[in-house]
Design a protein around this ligand. Sequence first.
Ligand code: PLP
Length: 390
Amino acid sequence: MAIEPSERSDIAPFRVMEVFEAAERRAATGAEVVRLEVGQPLTAAPKGVIASAHQILDNDRLGYASTHGVVELREAISAHYADWYGLDIDPYRIIATVGASGGFTLAFLAAFDAGDRVALAIPGYPCYRNALDALGAQVVPLMTTLEDNFQPSIELLEQAHAEGALDGLVITSPSNPTGTMLDEATLAEILDWCDERGVKVVSDEIYHGLTYGAEAASALAYSDDVLVVNSFSKYFSMTGWRLGWLVVPENFVEPIVRFAANLLLGPQTLSQMAAVAAFECHEELRRHRVRYSHNRQILLDGLRAAGLDRLAPAEGAFYVYADISHVSDSSTTLCSQWLSELGIAATPGTDFDPYNGEKYVRFSFCGGTDSIERGVELLAAWHTSSSRGV
Ligand SMILES: Cc1ncc(COP(=O)(O)O)c(C=O)c1O
């Protein structure tokens, strides 16, 4: 008898990767592609990490690591909290994970049961929704807008809670796809509100270190009763090393380590050992941020000049989320036109927002400055072309 995948296997795809693949196919034909769709740094891991990895490969057996994470790495992450945030975090509360993706999956497993109501901002990173769905939790969308900076507010939480008590909240500041941030006062207010109602908060802080005004505050500055997700993928420029971490309340450590032991056995030992050196590489990493900041300004100015002037403020991360509804009814159609006619790859908002995503496009500015300049040049020409000018 033919066997069928479980009902859970009907998980939604991560569509951003489909745009990435379409851009790759076009690039393979030799045609020009300006890559404004990718959410990963152009650069390799910091030099210190690469040098350390060579050393380790030559000298270490590289067996299984502790499922909790290599001690030296957890200590280095703890020191990072003291250095960046002035926080004293016991290394015991830190767990090494397979990127932020592995981190939030473990956090969701340990924090939520099937049927729990977990709120999150729309637009937002689609994999939270899809992972929560697969775990049987009920995703409660908080419909944010440009006017409220695409971030949750107490008002939105009150509304959602009135419809049925919330069990959880996922926050991301700076956010993907909007780059917007929760200011410190609102973050503190939201954490208080959740604390009073026993709502468990998962805070994805993967874009910390990539901000262009105020630095991002960690939820850990306001509460020890939160699950914080972070990663080496973005600021540390180490996407392919598949390494991240969780900081969790003490009583969550054992369950999460048990989940990790049963499901994954933790991230690669080589990545964990080499990543210790990343915390000595801030000078190199800050230079990447200078480039992002420069690219960001070129992109914001260029989009406005191309008639796309309803833009999320891009306070952090490396994305600009643009309202294109005055230009097209469908960001999916617009993005595929841009790819085939202009050679610009950008991401339609539909993945981040299943409700209003056809009105938005996400542009990424983590590529080379020359490609951002070329992108805005092509968009300016598109804008002035008589048939499609806005
Ligand atoms: C908000 C957010 N969280 C998590 C991830 C996944 O990151 P990682 O590579 O650490 O798994 C991404 C990747 O783009 C992201 O934007």
